[in-house]
Design a protein around this ligand. Structure first.
Ligand SMILES: Nc1ncnc2c1ncn2[C@@H]1O[C@H](COP(=O)(O)OP(=O)(O)OP(=O)(O)O)[C@@H](O)[C@H]1O
Ligand SMILES: [Mg+2]
Length: 375
């Protein structure tokens, strides 16, 4: 079982050559499911269809709210979405939430991959709160050049050289549940991948410099630090865009549906005397940004590397005024991820895709990996 693929070939879209087969990338998130179908034409990944479905109504809550659905219902929702989006491919991959995984970068003696095979599962026990037999474990040695930069002293001393190993663990029960969900939807995925790796594949450009990727979802915000294209840290902040809606609803005494509308209209932009929404939204957003800034500063300090870029992704980044606010807080280059840039799409969809793009980073990343497997 491979929980991630560090082959970031999907970073460039002109890699595909052989069969003209289509694949589905499926992102099962807390408030939505997203699906993307990619095909291949003249060596490029081509968008065939995509769709999104709010899970709220399946759980009896408002659209946009995070949910936790039973297996059968979630499977039915996946099937409904693929039908509505007119997805036809049977080849697929599925992204699992970061919260379902434990990811660590651990330091090991540099004894070569063969020896590490028996050592890593023992060492990783320190970082995993359940028995190792209960999880599926996947790991990769972090490329040397990065380890050397991170630990200049180790590079100097050949004997004490350490290897850094990225480990990913998922509880077997979680995998079984996802398998059941997909069975209800009549699909057999060729892999399950943690969403962080899909996001990186879909959003990161050909850039080696340290980047912080922030994924603003409904129920949580995910913060990833990627250095030389390798994941170094991943964090979950248990506040997402839904928190902004709830704060507006509470403070202004309006329904959540109205609060969601107000959030999407005003965001954190003050308009004339109409400043209430912006002020409430800013309070929540700033608390998320401040926590992310601490993560950023702590990485910079620990590794003596400057993070020169913040990449925003996830549905929550459609909040009006968010980029300006992020620039003020992070005092660095801030941009919005554009995952559809990695695929060719009909020209008339260009504008639509630019605005919905960040929402689909995970689904696109999964589909790109699945397409690589087909190549
Ligand atoms: N135009 C918009 N303006 C502001 N916020 C928006 C807009 N569109 C969507 N959102 C917010 O984005 C959030 C959904 O984002 P996303 O689809 O990334 O979440 P998710 O993938 O379901 O969550 P997670 O990955 O955390 O489980 C919702 O809280 C929604 O209110
Ligand atoms: Mg998501």
């Amino acid at each position: 079982m491979s929980l991630f693929s560090d082959k970031l070939k999907g970073l460039t879209s002109d890699i595909f050559s052989k069969k003209e087969k289509s694949v589905l990338g499926i992102d099962i998130s807390s408030s939505t499911i997203k699906v993307v179908q990619l095909g291949r034409s003249k060596g490029k990944a081509v968008l065939e269809t995509y769709g999104e479905l709010a899970l709220g109504p399946y759980a009896g809550v408002d659209a946009g709210r995070a949910t936790s659905l039973p297996t059968q219902k979630l499977g039915e929702a996946v099937a409904d979405l693929i039908r509505e989006a007119k997805g036809t491919a049977t080849a697929c991959g599925v992204a699992m939430p970061l919260s379902a995984s434990l990811i660590n970068v651990i330091e090991m003696p540099d004894v070569g991959e063969d020896k590490l095979k028996s050592m890593v599962p023992i060492e990783v026990r320190k970082y995993i709160p359940v028995a190792i037999s209960e999880v599926v474990l996947d790991w990769r040695v972090v490329p040397r050049i990065l380890a050397d930069t991170a630990r200049p002293d180790a590079a100097a001393d050949e004997k004490n050289r350490k290897a850094e190993v990225l480990t990913v663990a998922v509880h077997k029960d979680t995998l079984t549940r996802y398998h059941e969900v997909m069975k209800v939807a009549n699909l057999v995925p060729s892999f399950y991948e943690i969403e962080v790796f899909s996001t990186i594949r879909a959003s990161l450009e050909e850039d080696l410099s340290p980047t912080m990727i922030m994924g603003l979802g409904a129920g949580s915000t995910k913060v990833y630090i990627v250095d030389r294209k390798v994941l170094r840290e991943s964090h979950i902040i248990n506040r997402g865009s839904q928190e902004i809606t709830l704060a507006i609803s509470r403070a202004m005494g309006v329904t959540e549906v109205r609060a969601e509308e107000l959030k999407r209209t005003y965001g954190v932009v003050k308009q004339g005397t109409d400043t209430d929404v912006a002020e409430i939204a800013s309070l929540v957003l700033d608390s998320i940004f401040t926590e992310s800034r601490h993560i950023m500063e702590s990485y910079q300090k620990k590794h003596s590397r400057n993070i020169g870029k913040v990449l925003l992704t996830g549905g929550g980044i459609m909040l009006p005024g968010i980029v300006e606010r992020a620039k003020t807080v992070f005092q660095t280059d801030v941009s919005i991820a554009d995952p559809f840039r990695k695929v060719e799409a009909p020209a008339f969809l260009d504008n639509v895709l630019k605005s919905v793009g960040p929402d689909f980073d995970v689904a696109i990343g999964v589909a790109l990996r699945r397409l690589e497997e087909e190549a």
